[in-house]
Design a protein around this ligand. Structure first.
Ligand code: LLP
Length: 380
C-alpha cells in the first residue's frame, strides 16, 4: 500500500484511497489461482460498487455477483458481460427481476418458492426463460461475527433441507424457469479453511440428494467469504487464494462438465483501500487522548456495526507513539474507529489512514447527520 502525501494535501478529506498496483496484484493472484482449476469468479459488487473498481474487474475478466438492479446496471456500465452476472438476494423486486431478464444475465440465485413463482410469471410475460440456481442453506457453522454468518438454519437465507422436495415439485410446473445451478454462501470474513472444507462436505451430500432425485445441474456456486488480515495489512496484503481454491479442488466433488463458481467480495478489494481522514482536534480523555477526525461511521461503519478492528496509522507524524481513541464527529458513542491504540504523536491537521477499507467502506456509506457522501480516488 502506498500513500502519496503530496497529492493528499490537495484532496478534501475524508476520502477513500485505492492503491491500483495492489488491486492489480491481488486480481492477478486470484485469476491465476482460479484459472489453475478452471474456476469462475464473480466479484461481489456489494463489497465496493465504485465504477473504477468494477472496470478493473472487467479488465481481469471477472463476472459479478449482484444483489440489486442497480448493481446489475453498474456492472453493465463497467463493461461486464451480462452472461457473467449472477443475481442474488432474498427479496428481489419485480423491477429488479425485469432488469435481470431484459439483460439476459447468467443466473438468478433463488431463495424461496414464491420468488421462483414470481420470476416464472415475469419471464412468461416478457417471453423469456430465466436461468436459476437454488440457494440452499447448508447449515454449516463458521467462525466469524454473528452478523455476517449466513449459512445456518436460523438465518433468513437459502432454502432449508426440509423444503427441497416441495421446491423441486414446484419447479416442474414452471415453464419459464430453467434450473441450472445450486448456490451456497456461508458467511463472510472467514479465515479458517476448515469452514470451507465443511461447506464442501455438505455440498457433496446435498448434490447426492439432488442426484438421487434425478437432478444434475450445470454449475455449483459456493459464494464468497474468504477473509483478510485486518491487523496486519502490510504483512498480508494479499489473501490466501492458493490455499482457498485448493480446499475446493481437494474436497468438492464436481460431476463431469460441472462448473464451479465463486462470489468473492472482500478478499479482492479490502486491502487496496484506505479511508484517509484529517485530525480535527486532540483532547484529553481518561488514560487516553481522543483524536477526533473528520471521517465517521458514515464513511466506515464496520467498527460501529461489527466491532471490527481496522489498523490506523498517522501518516503525517514521526513522533513517539502515544495512546489514543480515534473517534469521528457523528453524534453517536459508537462512532469510534479504535480504542486505546498506540499511534505516533498526533496533532490537529495530521492525516490518518484507516486501513483495509476497500471492502464495505465506500459501499456502506450513509448521509446520516446530513453528511455529504465522499469520493474514492485511485493511485493511477
Ligand atoms: N455471496 C453472497 C450471497 C453474499 O451474501 C456475500 C456477502 C458475498 C457473496 C461476498 O462475501 P465476501 O467475499 O465479501 O465475504 N458488510 C459486512 C459483510 C457482509 C457480507 C454480506 N454478504 C462487513 O463489512 O464485514
Amino acid at each position: 500500500m502506498s500513500f502519496d502525501l503530496n497529492k493528499f494535501q490537495e484532496i478534501k478529506t475524508p476520502f477513500y484511497w485505492y492503491d491500483v498496483d495492489l488491486l492489480e496484484q491481488t486480481l492477478k493472484c486470484v485469476k491465476e489461482n482460479a484459472d489453475k482449476y478452471g474456476y469462475n469468479v464473480h466479484y461481489a459488487v456489494k463489497a465496493n460498487g465504485n465504477l473504477g473498481i468494477l472496470r478493473k474487474m472487467k479488465e481481469f475478466d471477472f463476472g459479478t455477483d449482484c444483489v440489486s438492479g442497480n448493481e446489475i446496471k453498474q456492472s453493465i456500465a463497467a463493461g461486464i458481460d451480462p452472461k457473467k452476472i449472477a443475481f442474488a438476494g432474498v427479496g428481489k423486486s419485480d423491477e429488479e427481476i425485469t432488469i435481470g431478464l431484459e439483460n439476459g444475465i447468467f443466473c438468478f440465485n433463488c431463495e424461496s418458492i414464491p420468488e421462483l413463482e414470481n420470476i416464472n410469471s415475469i419471464a412468461g410475460k416478457l417471453g423469456k426463460k430465466a436461468d436459476v440456481a437454488l440457494r440452499l442453506n447448508p447449515n454449516v457453522h463458521v467462525s466469524t461475527h454473528h452478523y455476517i454468518t449466513t449459512g445456518i438454519e436460523e438465518n433468513k437465507f437459502g432454502i432449508n433441507e426440509w423444503d427441497f422436495e416441495e421446491v423441486i415439485a414446484a419447479l416442474q410446473n414452471m415453464e419459464n424457469v430453467n434450473l441450472i445451478g445450486l448456490h451456497f454462501h456461508v458467511g463472510s470474513q472467514i479465515l479458517d479453511m476448515q469452514d470451507f472444507r465443511n461447506l464442501c462436505v455438505r455440498v457433496n451430500e446435498l448434490q447426492e440428494w439432488f442426484y438421487a432425485h434425478n437432478i444434475i445441474v450445470d454449475h455449483i456456486n459456493v459464494g464468497g467469504g474468504l477473509g483478510i488480515s485486518y491487523t496486519q495489512p502490510n504483512e498480508e496484503p494479499i489473501p490466501a487464494f492458493a490455499e482457498y481454491f485448493k480446499v475446493f479442488a481437494e474436497t468438492l466433488k464436481l460431476r463431469p462438465k460441472q462448473q464451479l463458481h465463486f462470489e468473492l467480495g472482500r478478499s479482492l478489494v479490502a486491502q487496496c483501500g484506505s479511508l484517509i481522514t484529517k485530525v480535527l482536534y486532540v483532547k484529553r480523555g481518561v488514560n487516553t487522548k481522543f483524536a477526533i477526525v473528520d471521517a465517521g461511521m458514515t464513511e466506515l461503519i464496520r467498527p460501529a456495526l461489527y466491532q471490527a478492528v481496522h489498523k490506523i496509522e498517522n501518516i503525517s507524524s514521526n513522533l513517539p507513539s502515544e495512546r489514543y481513541d480515534v473517534v469521528g464527529p457523528i453524534c453517536e458513542s459508537s462512532d469510534c474507529f479504535a480504542k486505546g491504540i498506540d499511534m505516533a504523536g498526533t496533532k490537529r491537521g495530521d492525516l490518518l489512514a484507516i486501513r483495509s477499507a476497500g471492502a464495505y467502506g465506500e459501499a456502506m456509506a450513509s448521509t446520516y447527520n446530513l453528511r455529504t457522501l465522499v469520493k474514492g480516488y485511485f493511485s493511477k
